[in-house]
Design a protein around this ligand. Sequence first.
Ligand SMILES: Nc1ncnc2c1ncn2[C@@H]1O[C@H](COP(=O)(O)OP(=O)(O)O)[C@@H](O)[C@H]1O
Ligand SMILES: [Mg+2]
Length: 283
Amino acid sequence: MTEVVSIASRVSAHETLRGSAGRGHIRIDGVSIVFGSGRAAHQAVTSTTLDIRPGEFVCILGPSGCGKSTLLNSIAGYVRPSTGEISVDGEAVSGPGPDRGMVFQQYSLFPWKTIRENIAFGPKVGGRSATECGSIANTFLEMVGLTKFANAYPAELSGGMQQRVGIARALANYPSVLLMDEPFGALDAQTRLMMQESLLNIWSEFGTTVVFVTHDVDEAIFLADRILIMSASPGSVIADLKVPLARPRSLEVETSEAFMELKRSCHEKIRAESLRAFQQQAQ
Ligand SMILES: Nc1ncnc2c1ncn2[C@@H]1O[C@H](COP(=O)(O)OP(=O)(O)O)[C@@H](O)[C@H]1O
Ligand SMILES: [Mg+2]
């Protein structure tokens, strides 16, 4: 499994990977999201304003049901804000697009396509030639350390490997933004740690903006430049914290004083919001 940690350094095509550097500026301006209408209306997100810089790695934490996925889906263009606006690099988001890659918790690969075909799918739909698709697929297969599995089918791979294919498939469109919704939530603890290191390697190589939703505080601190904590429903950002840890990071950082202190502060804020969410549900 050590191959996972060093994968990005083995990729030769560095110039192509840097395609998204400098892009991925997300602006969320006064966004509220209401589902349903009338008596059935449910406000999931309220008055949220955020500015996420190109290349920034942002983690979103918050109690279950507070609107984390809804906010992420609105950046992806799957959910339309009821009020306010979202833009990426100055372009208003009005629907999904290849500039915003998404990775979900469930491995949403095509089971009837090989790993190579899964990764090449986006570029193929985007009109790239067969040669280009092949070369892009090879680059990203190498990046996630799965070259040997190019011709295998998803069912032949472990959960961690499938999730690496999911990341490769999202990156194969050269997105300026990578949106990840609890992508490692279904993995065992050991694989999860490997995936976190692996993702940081990929991100440092690729330079894309990442917005990563998790409810795991350790994961958020280990990965992020910046942590956003959301309130209980309706969700809004109640804390915007800078992670004061140098990069590159290795797992030892989790025992440092700075890590512990930030962890305490995050837990305190989330506990208060979780309690509020619990009380809301009990009413
Ligand atoms: N498509 C939808 N229609 C109606 N309600 C929804 C929809 N999606 C999410 N919700 C509701 O919005 C709230 C926030 O959901 P979600 O964003 O999934 O929370 P989180 O990801 O933080 O757990 C929840 O109360 C959920 O039931
Ligand atoms: Mg969610």
